[in-house]
Design a protein around this ligand. Structure first.
Ligand code: IPM
Ligand code: MN
Length: 366
């Protein structure tokens, strides 16, 4: 197959980690006889610097005319420390999610043999973790209007809004995915307090009737936050709104040992975007130290979900797992002799090329 991929490296460590993902995709192309054409676009702080807009029109067009989008990271401490900044890099990410209609963000969480010591959790809690968070991505408090300040500036407000339709479309995806997995969906909400959460419960119950083979349960966000570290293996699919999903997935990343490990897919009716869940991590940017696994596993998700290339995706996941088993890893997960970002990417490619992978239990993602 021949496919066009929009490449949006973004800020901070984004460019160096996406470079590894591109390397891996090119190696997959050579092994499986596919051609991937990459076209680069600006986004985030780097786009503000060059165009004044964190999601320029050209980037939007590039995304819309590509078969899939591979994105790095966004953010710059310059803006974090300036609450008065009118244009912020994050606006680019939110505009992209909204304009491309990427309403479902899938964040698979697993852990790796040999990396248990990187997690603050006790070893026995880390067995059999295989969950996917389905985070609603284009609604809720991130996008609700009105949002702002009172005239005197002493009061601030945000609005959380959800429509039935917004809840239904992501719920269907979650139930369909559950059918191919452990057949359990946990809706995480705050229905004891929030009206939007009560609409979520009502709507998800209705959707569930069409999936009688899938078990549905409900959990309040506070309790789910606790359960996630107390008994992470309890979960199969967590279905939740935008803000709760954002918070829970950072929490979930400690199960895998590092925020740098987790990939994600953001999907809508028309477009699909793949990105590691970590941010720009400016402190290590340009130092060839960032963990590229989140980006590389995002490339695996891209192969599977955008191009329906399941074997290719498995080859990438196996190679990552093999590299970790052999003791390779960047400094966040390897305190002995860490690999550089580039080296880790090269090792993954080398393993794929040699196809000398030992017996594996390929990671189930979705
Ligand atoms: C994420 C990030 C973003 C979010 C930020 C950068 C706006 O934390 O993708 O999880 O909150 O959605
Ligand atoms: Mn986040």
């Amino acid at each position: 197959m021949e496919k066009n991929i929009a490449l949006l490296p973004g800020d901070g460590v984004g460019p160096e980690v996406t470079r590894q993902a591109v390397k891996v995709l090119n190696a997959i192309g050579a092994i499986f006889d596919h051609k991937f054409n990459f076209n680069t676009g600006l986004i985030g702080a780097s786009a503000i610097g060059q165009t004044g807009n964190p999601f320029p029109k050209e980037t939007e067009q590039l995304c819309m005319s590509s078969d899939a989008i591979l994105f790095g990271a966004i953010g710059d401490p310059k803006y974090d420390n300036d609450p008065k900044a009118k244009i912020r890099p994050e606006q680019g990410l939110l505009a992209m999610r909204s304009k491309l209609g990427l309403f479902a963000n899938l964040r698979p969480v697993t852990n790796y043999k040999g990396l248990e010591h990187m997690s603050p959790l006790k070893n026995d809690r880390l067995q059999n973790i295989d969950l996917v968070v389905f985070r609603e991505l284009t609604g809720g408090i991130y996008f609700g209007r009105p949002s702002g300040r009172s005239e005197d500036g002493n009061t601030a407000f945000d609005t959380c809004t959800y429509s039935k339709e917004e809840i239904e479309r992501i719920s269907k995806l979650a139930f369909e995915a559950a059918q191919g997995r452990k057949k359990k969906v946990t809706l995480v909400d705050k229905a004891n307090v929030m009206a939007t959460s009560r609409l979520w419960r009502e709507t998800v119950k209705e959707v569930a009737e069409n999936y009688p083979d899938v078990m549905l349960d409900f959990m309040f966000i506070d309790s789910a936050a606790m359960k996630l570290i107390q008994q992470p293996a309890y979960f199969d699919i967590i279905l939740t709104e935008n803000l709760f999903g954002d918070i829970l997935t950072d929490e979930a990343s400690v199960l895998s040992g590092s925020l740098g490990m987790l990939p994600s897919a953001s999907v809508g009716e028309k477009y699909k975007l793949f990105e590691p869940i970590h941010g720009a991590f400016t402190r290590v940017a340009g130092k060839n130290k960032a963990n590229p696994i989140g980006a590389i596993l995002s490339a695996a998700l891209l192969l599977e979900l955008a191009f329906n290339a399941k074997n290719e995706a498995i080859a990438v996941r196996k190679a990552v797992e093999q590299a970790l088993t052999e003791g390779y890893g960047t400094e966040d997960i390897n305190h002995g002799t860490p690999s550089s970002t580039e080296d880790f990417g090269n090792i993954v490619v080398e393993i794929m090329n040699n196809d000398n992978m030992v017996d594996f239990n390929p990671l189930t993602i979705i």
